[in-house]
Unconditional design. Structure first.
Length: 108
């Protein structure tokens, strides 16, 4: 019986920690584009990147081709777009758990 209570306690503690971590990750609006073509980052071909607080990070968790043709007139290689993202910076990369490309703003 003590073992069951101990296991239950550990499970609840781990679950609470995971929930706290998820709540800490808020959606933020960032610039998204091809790191090489738009943000002048060094890399090996066109790769999705985001700019957060003035610093650019290549993205893990989604790809440049998952959001349309990167080389279209409104694609990531030709334009910097806004995206709503949830994730965290790990090392020099942004690990995304949610990525939603926002509609382009109408030009006046």
């Amino acid at each position: 019986m003590k073992n069951i209570i101990a296991i239950l306690f550990v499970f609840l503690a781990v679950s609470a920690n995971a929930q706290d971590k998820k709540e800490k990750q808020k959606t933020q609006i960032v610039d998204a584009a091809c790191g090489q073509c738009q943000f002048a980052m060094e890399g090996h071909g066109c790769e999705l990147a985001v700019r957060i607080d003035g610093k650019s990070y290549f993205v893990d968790g989604t790809s440049i081709d998952s959001h349309g043709d990167a080389h279209a007139s409104d694609g990531f290689c030709a334009a910097i777009r806004k995206a709503a993202v949830v994730g965290e910076i790990k090392g020099n990369r942004f690990v995304v758990s949610e990525f939603k490309l926002l509609p382009e703003e109408k030009k006046k």
